[in-house]
Design a protein around this ligand. Structure first.
Ligand code: NAP
Length: 470
């Protein structure tokens, strides 16, 4: 894949980059390695000062950065501005809370025959971050802010279609005051990842991306015995039960499917509706989906901009066509528009069957699958009947049913009467083919820390051996 900025609203290639040479990559790894040593001698307060400075830069440069993201991957300008603000908020959150999150945890010294025992969380070194284009700033920041506060350094291999946003990120951290090499962008293709991960100075990797990329990185990391966190695809269920407020559910369903032009891992993709309210919900949902304005992502009136690539647009159209060819019904949308740019109309498809691609594959665009369930149990069966397990949504005002959904939905996140989203305060990640490990919160921050057991005794012979000695 060429490393280039191509405007998805026009199809015009605006800027191309030569990939970095192996020598340039090696020099960046060395700088990350040296910067890790430098960070070792810094305090949380110092790193917080730099991260707060990064937040200030993001706020001050919000509009230009948002324009850049919209130009590179087609999200609406309004959504891009909100993304920049979210990144600044996350930087401030980790600046304020990292020291508490990684504070030593005392253990029961008596139980382990120690004078004192505790757990200390320490950074591990340079971490490779392989990132996707769909939230080009946020996906990186939710790795980078906690990692830098913990004292790790970051090497970013961003998606090849967002090189200018990738370079901007490096620039922000440098201007905020972080030491040279603390956060570097590597302009390389995915074929360079194996070599980078094989470098002994690189201690771990985090990937947000497709299942295929996850398998590939996990294989290399397995061979190299390196820790990975994988945030992969999803096909989130959005279950609507009879007690739900249908107007609110249809409104949120529309946003949950179409925000970011339908290209979000935690977008609701499969709408599973109890048969008692199926027709009423379907009508409200299709009406809202059809009313969305598709067009120029820079126009403040636009709800849905173009897909990020022609390949992505063709893929979702093929998935819809496959369903239609096999007997599905299109309630709205479903036609590929002529003209420049990779636009696709918000689409609702129902009468889906397990043999259709839409049943089992992730649909990465503004296309909703609508399913009918005759009971709670059938709703859960359809919701969990996928290889994915990232987010999930359920709509019910019945407290007992809310409790059941929280337990029964087989996913990393369960949101009830609201839309799945990510917060710096809450862990984020998936189960099954949606990946493993967590980002965000103290849990995410500790993924790239050495959880070090420290045992301090009085020095008597044998005291440290305890009950078990291996
Ligand atoms: P992708 O093709 O996997 O690309 C993501 C990143 O991985 C890019 O930097 C890409 O580089 C790199 N990459 C691709 N194949 C690779 C390989 N074999 N080895 C090493 N690196 C590789 O994903 P996408 O299609 O652009 O993004 C959409 C996918 O990401 C969807 O499945 C979506 O659900 C998922 N996603 C998940 C989350 C989450 O938090 N769970 C969040 C957002 C997106 P190039 O660009 O150079 O190919």
């Amino acid at each position: 894949m060429p490393i280039a900025t191509t405007n998805p609203a026009t199809g015009q290639v605006l800027k191309t980059y030569d990939p970095m040479s192996d020598e340039q990559v090696d020099a960046a790894i060395e700088r990350a390695h040296l910067a890790f040593r430098q960070l070792h001698d810094t305090t949380y307060a110092q790193r917080a000062q730099w991260l707060n400075a990064a937040a200030d830069l993001l706020d001050a440069e919000r509009d230009a950065t948002a324009r850049l993201m919209t130009t590179e991957m087609g999200k609406t300008y309004a959504a891009a501005k909100a993304e920049v603000t979210k990144c600044a908020t996350a930087c401030r959150f980790y600046a304020a809370n990292a020291e508490k999150m990684l504070a030593d945890e005392p253990a029961d010294a008596g139980a382990v025959k120690a004078k004192r025992a505790f757990v200390r969380y320490q950074p591990i070194g340079p971490v490779l971050a392989v990132m996707p284009w769909n939230f080009p700033l946020w996906q990186v920041m939710r790795f980078a802010a906690p990692a830098l506060m913990a004292g790790n350094t970051g090497l970013l291999k961003h998606a090849s279609n967002v090189p200018q946003t990738a370079l901007y990120l490096e620039d922000v951290f440098r201007r905020a005051g972080f030491p040279e090499g603390a956060f570097s962008t590597l302009l390389v293709g995915s074929d360079a990842v194996e070599r980078i991960l094989g470098d002994p100075r690189v201690r771990a990797a985090t990937l947000t991306g497709s299942e295929a990329a996850g398998r590939s990185i996990a294989q290399v990391a397995g061979r190299e015995l390196k820790k990975t966190v994988l945030e992969l695809g999803g096909s989130d269920p959005f279950v609507v039960m009879p007690s739900a407020d249908l107007d609110k559910a249809a409104e949120v369903a529309t946003t949950a499917r179409c925000q970011n032009n339908g290209q979000s891992c935690i977008a609701a993709k499969r709408f599973i509706v109890h048969t008692d309210v199926f027709d009423a919900f379907a009508e409200k949902f299709a009406a809202r989906m059809s009313a969305l304005r598709v067009g120029d992502p820079m126009d403040e009136q636009t709800d849905v901009g173009p897909l990020a690539s022609e390949r992505g647009r063709d893929e979702i159209h093929d998935q819809v066509q496959d369903a239609v060819d096999n007997g599905a019904t299109v309630l709205c949308g479903g036609e590929k528009p002529d003209g420049d740019g990779w636009f696709y109309p918000p689409t609702v498809v129902t009468d889906l069957k397990p043999a259709m691609r839409m049943w089992s594959e992730e649909v990465f665009g503004p296309v909703a699958g609508l399913y009918r369930a005759s009971s709670y149990s059938e709703a859960i069966e359809i919701a969990n009947g996928t290889t994915f397990g990232l987010g999930s949504n359920a709509w019910t005002t019945d407290p007992a049913e809310q409790e059941r959904f929280a337990t029964d939905l087989d996913a990393g996140n369960v949101f009830i009467n609201g839309m799945t989203t990510s917060y710096p305060e809450l862990p984020f990640g998936g189960v099954k083919n949606s990946g493993y490990g967590r980002e965000l919160s103290a849990v995410g921050m500790r993924e790239f820390c050495n959880t070090k057991t420290v045992w301090i005794g009085e020095g008597e012979a044998g005291a440290g051996a305890g009950a078990h000695s291996e």
